[in-house]
Design a protein around this ligand. Structure first.
Ligand code: ADP
Ligand code: MG
Length: 424
């Protein structure tokens, strides 16, 4: 892909925007771009530099992403809104063509990495709650204040804030920036040493967040569990390459397969509530380490039909009105609203699944599924909004936990009042 129209090859120490930004190390890549950690010489800060492939369709996509990012970065204090902030953008000419570059705030690992580091076992529920709280603040901001639908919400597209991960943050770890191209090969001495050091520290920090010791014994595990309480898990929503406005949509088929809402599969039109469906899938995955739905093609049925079957096994039969609302409905459902090719469904309700397979305590399973099930309503207009979710007792429990810790006596007094009123 490093050819005409493709990625721009970057080397450590390369300069961008007339020398303002200096490439430090590669952070990641996507279908459209490579993302580098860069040092901003004009503000003495680290930033993420997203360098788009140069072919016309990628330039177009980048212009769209810049458009969305610029509009959400405007005015308000975006920092408190849990969406990534655009700092700058410019064109960069290279041997493979003209590349649009976005300068965005430097963030940490994605939720997908966090789930992986935790060996797919699921995070402690209070951490899931904190992450959910952040994502909801981001979604509420996008939906209500900008009329924007993200359309590709998934663990990869939610990044932890790097400051809670000091080992990954070059500012906090005290590693000084590379200001010019190192002698010798790209991965020459200096760079790889820094890289190793950062990686080792990153593993330790993520171990703390996810609540496991970094391959240490039981005592260390307990220590890291205790340390966990002090960490404020915060994150931000990123990757607006596919975002659209509720009243200005570009694609009919949206979302990554496992996070795709039923109305998208049926091609029945969509709105903000598709993000709420994906959000529920993410919350489940954080808590269990497993994806909620992993549809597969089978003998005599498609991936789409399997997906619908999996949804109905978890959530019950799809109301006929919803099932028949899309232009593709007839491909999957007969006139009674039953699937054409997958007949016998094994109903396994969410709270039972959480207890049986994931060994949740009964009360945790009950509370968590009370929170998730309304978001997984087959009827899109019945799903709660991000704003409503922020008021839900399961999310609010976070604030009241914090209050409890700070004023145990008041809570005690409140409890005895309740008893008197209840007459018991
Ligand atoms: P694409 O649109 O090509 O998929 P993304 O915006 O998803 O690109 O970025 C690709 C990868 O780069 C991400 O999965 C992540 O690992 C990394 N990345 C992106 N933005 C940042 C950032 N602000 N800070 C740190 N890493 C980032
Ligand atoms: Mg991406």
């Amino acid at each position: 892909s490093y050819r005409k129209g493709g990625y721009h090859a970057v080397r450590v120490g390369d300069q961008f925007a007339g020398g303002r930004y200096i490439a430090q190390r590669k952070l990641g890549w996507g279908q459209f771009s490579t993302v580098w950690l860069a040092y901003d010489t004009s503000t003495s800060a680290y930033v993420a530099l997203k360098i788009q492939k140069s072919a016309a369709q990628f330039v177009q996509a980048a212009l769209h992403e810049i458009d969305v990012l610029a509009s959400i970065s405007e005015g308000v204090d975006v920092n408190s809104k849990c969406v990534v902030q655009l700092i700058d953008h410019f064109k960069h000419a290279g041997p493979n063509g003209q590349h649009l570059c976005m300068v965005i705030e430097f963030l940490g690992d994605s939720l997908l990495r966090l789930i992986k580091y935790n060996r797919y076992k699921g995070l402690p529920l209070n951490k899931v709650r904190e992450i959910c709280h952040c994502i909801l603040i981001g979604l509420d901001y996008l939906h209500r204040e900008h009329g924007i639908i993200h359309t590709d919400l998934k663990p990869e597209n939610v990044l932890l804030i790097s400051t809670i991960d000091p080992a990954k943050d070059p500012v906090k770890s005290g590693v000084s920036p590379i200001l010019e191209r190192p002698e010798g090969s790209i991965n020459g001495g200096v760079t790889s040493l820094i890289e190793k050091k950062l990686k080792r520290r990153a593993r330790r920090a993520v171990a703390k967040i996810s609540g496991r010791g970094a391959s240490m014994g039981g005592a260390e595990d307990q220590k890291s569990m205790r340390n966990l309480d002090g960490i404020d898990v915060r994150c931000k929503v990123v990757d607006f390459g596919n975002a659209c406005w509720a009243d200005k949509q570009f694609a009919e088929e949206i979302q990554t397969r496992q996070y795709r809402a039923p109305e998208v599969i049926l091609l029945a039109g969509y709105s903000f509530s598709v993000d709420m469906w994906s959000f529920a899938c993410i919350a489940f995955e954080l808590a269990t380490g497993d994806m909620l739905f992993t549809p597969k093609v089978g003998q005599g049925f498609s991936e789409d039909e399997d997906h619908l079957a999996l949804m109905m096994e978890l959530l019950g039969k799809m109301p006929r009105k919803v099932a028949t609302a899309g232009t593709k409905s007839k491909d999957f459902f007969d006139r009674h609203g039953d699937l054409k090719r997958i007949r016998r469904l094994k109903f396994w309700p969410l709270s039972k699944l959480l207890v049986d397979r994931y060994k949740f305590a009964q009360s945790d399973a009950h509370e968590f599924s009370e929170f998730l099930l309304p978001l997984l309503d087959f009827a899109p207009e019945k799903r709660p909004t991000a704003q409503q979710c922020l008021q839900h007792p399961w999310i609010r429990a976070m604030e009241s936990n914090e209050k409890k810790e700070s004023s145990v006596e008041n809570v005690g007094a409140g409890m005895s009042n309740l008893k008197i009123k209840g007459g018991k």
